[in-house]
Design a protein around this ligand. Sequence first.
Ligand code: GLU
Length: 553
Amino acid sequence: MATLQELANLIFPDIKETVEDLEKKYPKRDLPEGAEVTRFAPSPTGFLHTGSLFTAMVTQKVAKQSGGVFFIRLEDTDTKREIQGSGKELLDQMKVFGVVNDEGYFGDHEEGKYGPYIQSKRADIYKVVIKHLLENGRAYPCFCSRDDLDALRKEQEANKVTPGYYGDYAICRKLSLEEQIENIKNGKPYVIRFKSNGNHENKVRVTDLVRGDLELSQNDQDIVIYKSDGLPTYHFAHLVDDHFMRTTVVSRGEEWLPSLPIHLELFETMGWTAPRYAHLPVIMKMDNGTRRKLSKRKDNEAACSFFLQDGYPVYAFKQYLFTIANSNFEEWQIENKDLTLDDFKFSFSKMSLDGALFDIDKLKYFSKELLGKYKGPEMKDFVKEWAKEYNEELYSLILRDEDYFAQIMNIEKDKENPRKDYEKCSDILEKVKFFYDEYYLEKMNEELPWNPSMDKEVIKDVLNDFASTLNYEIPEQDWFNNLKVLGTRHNFAENNKIYKKNKELYLGHVGDVAEMVRIALTSSKQSPNIYYVLNILKEDKIKERIAVAISKL
Ligand code: GLU
C-alpha cells in the first residue's frame, strides 16, 4: 500500500526541513503590544503605479505610527510577467517618494532576519510547507493538461455550473496514491493543488479593516499552489511568506478581496492565525462623466514618474494621496497647518469604500500651498534640482545667475500673505522667461499687445517719462503713487473710478499706464507685479528695455 509519505518523498526527496524547523527559524517578532508588521509586496512588472505608491505609503504609515516594522518583499514568482531590473527601479522611485522600508528587499540588497525577501529565492521554504500538506493529504499532484482543463471549462459552461477545479470536477483528486506515484515515476508533468474542504454554500465571516464585517462564500476550489516551474502561486506564497515573516496586517489592493476565502482556508488548514486584512480601494478617475480605474495605458497619472516629470513637490503629492487615504485628512491639514504627514493619525476605517477618485485639482492645491511657503532661495534649490533632471533649458538659465533666479522666485514672497504663483516646476520657465534678454528680445520682435485704441505717441511719451523719472528703490505704495502722478501728467486718471465718471476728460487711467510699462519690460500683458520686476531688472536693464519698446512703436 502506497502512503502519503511516499508520495511526498517522491516529489520532494531533498526537502528535509519541517514546518516546525521553519517556526523556530522565523520566530514571532519581539515587538511591543500594538506594533504592526506590514509589508508592501510589488511584482517586478514595470513602473511604479500611482496605486502601488498609495498602497505602499499607507502600509508604511500603519507600521510607523504603531512603532512596528514595514518590510518589502519582491513577488517575482510570475516569471512570464517579470521585467528584468524593474524591482530595483521600483525601489529607487519609492525612495524618491520617501517610502523607505525598515527591512526586506532594498533593490540591490536585502536586510533582515525573516528573509530571503525575494520569492524566487524562497523555493525551498515553500516546498517544506507543500510537503507537509502532501503528507497530511491536503495537497495532491494534478496531471491535467491544458486541453483537459479547457474541456472541463467547456463542460461546466454547458452545464451552467461554477467554473473551476473543485468537488467532482477535480479529476486528479480522485486518483489513487498508486496512480499518482506511477504517473510521477513515468515523468508525467504535474502541478500541485490544495485539497479544499470548503463548501461554496457556506459563508465565512471576515473582518476587513477598511470594509468592516463581511460575509463571503467559503472556498471550495482546489487551487494550484505549486507550478510546474517549481515556484508557488500568489495564494500559496502569501500564506507562507506572511506567516513566516510574521506580518500582522496585510494591506493590498481590493482586487484580492475575492480570493480572501482561499487565503483564510489555507491559514486554517495550517493551523496558523491569519493576519488582519485591509483591502484598499483602487484609484479611479472621472472620464466623460463616468468613473473608471486609472489605466496604465490611457492615463499619464497612472505612473508616479509623471508627477516627478511635471515637477510637483513629492510632499504635496503625498499629502494629496493622503486625502484619498483618509477622508478627514484634508480638514486636519487645514486646521493644523504646521503639522506634517508624520503627525497625522491614519485609520483604515476612514478610508473611502467605493473607489478613491483621482482629483488633480486637489494635488494642485496642495502643491501651490507648499510652494507658496518656499522663499526665493529654497524655491530656487527646488526648481534647480528638478530642472537638472527634466528641463535643460531652465537649468542653464538658473546656473547663469542663481541669485537672479532666486530673486525671481522670491517675488511677493516676503509679504504677509505670500503669493502662491506656482503649482509645478514645469510651469515656471514660461512664466519667467522674460527676465532673460534673449527670450525678451525674441518676443519683442513679435506683435505686441498694446492697447489698439491708444495713440502710439502717447505710449512713447509715457515710457520716456517713466525712464527719465525712474525710481523703484522705494516702498511699493510710494512707487505706485508716483506712477499715478506720472499718469496724470499725460492725462490719465488716478484710478478707474475717476476715469469712469468722466471718461471724456481722460485718455485712460493708471492701469493703462501700468500696462504700457508692463508690456515694455516683459513683452506681455501678464507678468508678476511690475514693482518687483523693476527691482529685479534694475536701472540699466529697465532703460535698455524701455528703449527697445519705444523702437518697436
Ligand atoms: N504581488 C502582489 C501584487 O502586486 C501583491 C499583493 C499583496 O500585497 O499581497 O498585486
